[in-house]
Every structure is written in structure tokens, then in C-alpha cells.
Write a protein that binds this ligand. Structure first.
Ligand code: UDP
Ligand code: MG
Length: 244
């Protein structure tokens, strides 16, 4: 019997998010169930040390929409996100945080934009004041400016991982540690169309961010230089005529 694949896969990396998971499940269900779209939620537990995995097992046992997997050791957000994308079966993939900073009620806006683009990225530029403190807002705008300047990009909020894209986008790209910050650029390099839409930015529901200024800005600078190099050195050609 052929299995009917879901229209949407929500892909969520999770590391020590015990305080947010139940509220996350409620908000996903109340946003998506009324839409009448088939969906699955793939949550990858990045070897949490708190009760996240225990809670996830209860959630998945009670609800077959929720598919869960757990890493043997902590591998980081990019790996957890990528492993989720690889497991996802939906026609469209939507990545979001486990901490409820991203509001599932924005999903219809993503779906609408996906009618015209291969990838749709959320931007919090107009909504940051609500969820983030002053230091985070300023460091993020500097980081985005530097990123855009060095990689010849025009992404207003590269740090926002609330994004939706067609599953086939993944077939061409190579993911690496920190790649979640550069997904729109990686996709554009492969010829996919990318746009941005404003999204709600909610304060983290529970717990604390896993990043400080050091690992958010400085560590990703080396990745930025690699992306800049790759973009410049990529082979680009167009064949005008052929014979035989
Ligand atoms: N995360 C993860 N592994 C890690 C660090 C973070 O899976 O080593 C997850 C985390 O649980 C969250 C997402 O990645 O769902 C983004 O992390 P966080 O919300 O702390 O980052 P911020 O939103 O502050 O940039
Ligand atoms: Mg977050």
C-alpha cells in the first residue's frame, strides 16, 4: 500500500528545550489543524541533557504527526536541522526553533509565498523589538550588514532560521556546521529563487539562548569567508551553441 506523504514537514532542532516543548506542540496543532493541510513534525533531539527526550517520546506516542529522533551526542543546530530535513517526507519543509520564538501562525504566509519562490525566509527586522534585547538587535544588524557586504547578498535577517522551501532544494546543497546561517545564499548559488517575508518574533518561551556573541558572530565569520570564496570561485557558464 502506498503511503500518502504529507504536504508540509516542520523540521525542528531541539537541545535542552524541556520548558518549551509542550507549548510548542499546542501552538503547532492549533495553527495547523484548522488549515486542513497534511503535515508532519520532525524533531531532532540534539542529545539533550534535560527531560526533552522523555517529553518528546510522550508527545510522539500520543500523536503520530510527530516524528522524533535523538542524536547519540550533541552535534549542534546545523546537524540537528539537517538530520531533520533528511528525515522529512513533506513536499515543503519549514524549519523553526523549538523555543516558540517562531509563531506557527505565520505558516500560511510562507505557503502563499512558496507559490512563487523555491525558498521563503522569515525576517524579523520589523518585529525584533518584541522578542530580543538591545544588544541582540544591534549585534544582529551589524552581523547582517557585514554578511551582506562580504558575500554580496541582500538578506535582511540571515540569522532567522524560520524558513520554508521545496524539498528538492536540498538535493543540490552541501550542509556544514553553521550552514543554517547561509542557507538562502547556498540555495541562490544553485539557481533557486529566494524571497523574504516578515515574521512574528516572540520572546523565547523558556530557558536561554544557546548562543552568545562569541559563537553567534565570531565563529561564523570564518564560514562567511568560505561562502564568499565559494561564491566568487563557482564555475558559471552558459552554452550558446552545440553541434553533434
Ligand atoms: N539547538 C540545537 N543544538 C544546539 C544548539 C541549539 O539543536 O547545540 C536548537 C535549539 O534547541 C533551538 C534552535 O537550535 O531549537 C536555535 O537555538 P536558540 O533558540 O538557542 O538560538 P537563537 O534563537 O537564540 O539564535
Ligand atoms: Mg531561538
Amino acid at each position: 500500500m502506498s503511503q500518502v506523504l504529507p504536504e508540509i514537514s516542520l523540521v525542528i532542532p531541539c537541545y535542552n528545550e524541556e520548558g518549551s516543548l509542550c507549548a510548542l506542540v499546542d501552538s503547532i496543532q492549533s495553527a495547523l489543524n484548522p488549515l486542513g493541510i497534511s503535515y508532519e513534525v520532525v524533531i531532532t533531539d540534539d542529545c539533550s541533557m534535560d527531560r526533552s527526550w522523555t517529553l518528546l517520546k510522550e508527545i510522539a506516542a500520543a500523536n503520530p504527526h510527530f516524528r522524533i529522533q535523538r542524536f547519540k551526542f550533541n552535534c549542534g543546530e546545523s546537524a540537528a536541522s539537517w538530520a531533520g530535513m533528511m528525515t522529512a517526507q513533506g513536499r515543503y519543509i519549514i524549519t523553526l526553533d523549538a523555543d516558540l520564538q517562531n509563531d506557527p501562525r505565520d505558516i500560511p504566509k510562507f505557503m502563499e509565498a512558496l507559490k512563487h519562490y523555491d525558498c521563503v525566509c522569515g525576517t524579523r527586522v520589523t518585529s525584533r523589538g518584541r522578542g530580543d534585547n538591545f544588544v541582540k538587535i544591534v549585534s544582529s544588524s551589524i552581523a547582517n550588514w557585514v554578511r551582506n557586504k562580504l558575500s554580496d547578498e541582500n538578506i535582511s535577517d540571515a540569522g532567522c532560521t524560520y524558513r520554508a522551501f521545496k524539498r528538492e532544494c536540498l538535493s543540490k546543497i552541501k550542509f556544514f556546521k553553521g550552514a543554517h546561517r547561509f542557507l538562502p545564499t547556498l540555495l541562490k548559488m544553485e539557481g533557486f529563487t529566494v524571497t523574504e517575508i516578515p515574521v512574528t518574533n516572540q520572546p523565547r518561551f523558556a530557558g536561554q539562548s544557546h548562543y552568545g556573541i562569541w559563537n553567534r558572530l565570531f565563529k561564523s565569520f570564518a564560514d562567511l569567508l568560505a561562502i564568499r570564496w565559494m561564491k566568487k570561485r563557482m564555475i558559471k557558464y552558459e552554452i550558446t551553441e552545440t553541434l553533434n
